[in-house]
Design a protein around this ligand. Structure first.
Ligand code: NAD
Length: 712
């Protein structure tokens, strides 16, 4: 767990050995402390080098131990170990290869010198797990870098490349060669030299003018970005402690803040997200295929059909993953524009060729179709692809909602047809829904999941149904938001409640950004609005259910959102992004309510949250019941990585468990009673069964779901 050897006669090399990331597990901590003591007491040892075995220096604490207090308490504490490293009377050099992250960097900060490989990365990413660097990192880093640079690293949790770390003074030297050998030579040269100034715990923070004003501002800034997360604010407080308190007092503050965060629901939620992201890679299908038994044929060439918003991003994502891509677009001006846009994003050609002819897709291992959301157009393309493409090529569609199985039946290879649902912008957003229809083969799913990983996506295998998982759950959420407007709320009120909850954007701002016309087109196709609807039909009811025509009326006014400069908000010009309240909308809503005899009532933020989120969660339970998602963790990964659900709230299903399933059920029952014409508020039977079986923890839900037919 910590190898100990003496080299060059006087240098003790302590090597952390815990693959794959050399995490600081209880056994490693034990080994490290014993080794440090051995080095201290051996008169032959005159200096020490600490390194990671076989590559990475150290990935930090062992996250598996976090939720398990008994584990964390076994073995020596990091704080204690780092104190003995720092106090050692012989120079200690950290030899950083690969990465030093979290507790790993804190260990390096306790060393007297830091040697880095030129390709190494360092960082304190604890904040992304709802925590702070709680083993002295929040106190030592500001003493080394100064408050500004340290605060930036700690609050953002970003990884810093070796070159920048050298400039910041975080690393003392870089090497392109063998880091341990270089560190050993350096350690020898430092033998016998005074160490007092090298111990960061002994140093004061570099002075900063107007310190109070600086931290006030830092707190405001962090609060603005945190979206309700507590950890970034605790980080600011801890760094303030480093700047204003003696080291030991600062360490006490760090400990108190860490204890508060550690036991909070937010850290639990963030940790859960960490595991849902990894868990999505372990997919299963009802045919018995699994991630670990199903072999995928590698994909090295791809074709993208349709180079609009999505096709361009998809081309970039595929090219960045190392595939050679042929991009096909029939409109000449679109093709030219796309070529320029893709080259800009890729900073050059990047293995992409362009064509106006579908025949160019003939040699591709995978085709991703991203043309207009129109079944007839897509059916025609799939028919052509079926004969144009080589046998074995996978045919994928980026449709947001259309039936994968219908597209599969246009081809002679339905088992090789699937959905690859990217999110805009496709080269940036982490989520990829891998949609399998009833006939999609396990090998096809496996190949798509593997490709998703190569693109750096969080890929989630889902079943085929309108809207798949993400958009299907979004529908009831949007619908409740419209109903709330009818009942007296304003877009500002609804958005403020959701943004305070932690979404980067409220539902109306989001709708302005993506364009109101998209939903309008879908509703027209579904026959909910448009010429097919006769004048004698009641405006606010469709197929026996409550319906809000507000979105349709807005589109009829030409208010499509940001693209037209007007939507639920007002923008300075078409395409502008800053949303301002629009007095027009206020009177529009007032007139609308009057026309329909609706009495505006006072609606509070709690009702907004419960109506919108419980409706979404309820649909999540239906998705589980239908077997369209394999687990609540998969649903949560979709929402966190594709829909801006705040990480510190875990995802909708985790949130439901945290609120209490009984409370969610009660809320839905109450709202459904008040709005019986809104079936999305009617509690799903799976939720009822879970509550009846005593609300088991989330990882046990599958036992209650069992017995239902799975589509996956
Ligand atoms: P878009 O209108 O921006 O682009 C579609 C492109 O396809 C146009 O450039 C058009 O000229 C081209 N095209 C049409 N027929 C073609 C053909 N036969 N051969 C080659 N090219 C053809 O549309 P978009 O927003 O990029 O959406 C594309 C698909 O992605 C749709 O199915 C949509 O539902 C889905 N999608 C969109 C988003 C989004 O946020 N925009 C998100 C996820 C999925």
């Amino acid at each position: 767990m910590a190898q100990y050897r003496i080299v060059s006669g006087s240098v003790a090399v302590i090597s952390i050995q815990n693959p794959p990331v050399n995490a600081l597990s209880a056994a490693v901590r034990e080994g490290l402390l014993l080794s440090v003591r051995a080095a201290a007491s051996d008169p032959l040892v005159r200096s020490v080098v600490i390194s990671g075995h076989n590559g990475p220096f150290c990935g930090g604490a062992d996250i598996k131990e976090f939720g398990n207090v008994s584990h964390l308490e076994s073995g020596p504490h990091l704080v204690e170990i780092f104190e003995s490293v720092e106090a050692l009377a012989k120079p200690v050099v950290a030899a950083i290869e690969g990465f030093a992250l979290g507790g790993g960097l804190e260990l390096a900060l306790a060393c007297h010198y830091r040697f880095g490989h030129s390709e190494a990365r360092v960082g304190l990413p604890e904040v992304s797990l709802g925590l702070l660097p709680g083993a002295g990192g929040s106190q030592r880093l500001p003493r080394l870098l100064g408050v500004r640079a340290a605060l930036d690293m700690i609050v953002t949790g970003r990884h810093v490349a070796a070159g920048e770390a050298l400039k910041l003074g975080l690393l003392d030297r870089l090497t392109d060669g063998n880091t341990v050998d270089a560190a050993v030579r350096f350690a020898q040269s430092a033998e016998g030299k005074p160490l007092d100034d090298r111990r960061l715990g002994n140093r004061p923070c570099p002075p900063l003018e107007n310190i109070d004003a600086f931290f006030e501002e830092a707190l405001i800034h962090a609060r603005g970005r945190a979206r309700g997360a507590a950890a970034p604010l605790a980080c600011v407080q801890a760094v303030r402690g480093a700047a204003t308190l003696p080291f030991l007092k600062g360490m006490e503050l760090e400990k108190r803040l860490m204890e508060t965060l550690m036991t909070s629901g937010q850290a639990q939620a963030s940790r859960y997200c960490f595991f849902t992201e990894r868990g999505a890679a372990r997919w299963t299908t009802p045919t018995g295929a699994r991630w670990d038994t199903c072999r995928a044929r590698p994909i090295s060439t791809a074709a993208v059909i349709g180079l609009g918003t999505m096709g361009r991003g998809i081309t970039v994502a595929l090219a960045r993953a190392g595939l050679s891509v042929v991009a096909v677009e029939t409109q000449e001006h679109q093709l030219d524009e796309a070529q320029r846009a893709v080259s800009r994003m890729l900073k050059g050609g990047g293995g992409v060729s362009y064509s106006a002819d579908l025949q160019a897709a003939a040699g591709a291992d995978l085709v991703v179709e991203a043309v207009f959301e129109d079944m007839a157009v897509k059916e025609e393309i799939f028919k052509q692809l079926s004969s144009v493409c080589k046998p074995g090529a996978l045919l994928a569609t980026n449709t947001s909602s259309l039936d994968i199985d219908r597209l599969a039946s246009c081809t002679l290879r339905p088992e090789q047809v699937l959905g690859l649902h990217f999110f805009a912008p496709a080269h940036v957003m982490r989520l990829l829904e891998v949609v399998s229809g009833p006939r999609t083969s396990p090998q096809t799913v496996a190949a798509a999941m593997q490709l998703g990983r190569r693109m750096g996506k969080v890929s989630v295998a889902v079943g085929n149904c309108p809207g798949f998982v993400g958009n299907r759950m979004l529908k009831p959420y949007l619908e409740q938001a419209y109903f709330l407007l009818e009942e007296g709320a304003s877009p500002e009120l609804v958005d403020a409640a959701l943004e305070e909850f932690g979404f980067p954007m409220g539902v109306f701002k989001m709708s302005d950004l993506s364009g109101l016309d998209i939903g309008w087109r879908v509703r027209k196709e579904e026959g909910l609005t448009g010429p097919g609807v006769t004048a004698d039909q009641p405006m606010r009811t469709r197929r026996g259910r409550r319906y809000s025509p507000l979105g349709d009326l807005m589109c009829e006014e030409g208010r499509y959102g940001q693209k037209t400069g007007r939507g639920w908000y007002l923008y300075d010009r078409p395409g502008a992004r800053v949303a301002r309240s629009d007095p027009w909308l206020r009177s529009f809503l007032e007139e609308y309510r009057e026309r329909h005899g609706l009495l505006a009532r006072r609606i509070d933020q709690q009702e907004v949250l419960e109506r919108c989120l419980y409706a979404l969660i309820n649909e999540g339970f239906r998705v589980l019941e239908d077997g369209v998602a394999a687990s609540p963790q998969n649903i949560d990964a979709i929402y966190v990585f594709g829909y801006g659900w705040p990480k510190h709230r875990g995802g909708p299903m985790f949130y439901a468990a945290q609120v209490g399933l009984a409370r969610v059920l009660e809320g839905l029952e109450k709202y459904h009673k008040a709005h019986p014409d809104s079936p999305h508020l009617q509690p799903c039977s799976l939720l009822r069964r879970l509550v009846a079986s005593g609300s088991p923890p989330i990882h046990k839900w599958s036992e209650v779901v069992k017995g239902h037919r799975s589509q996956l």
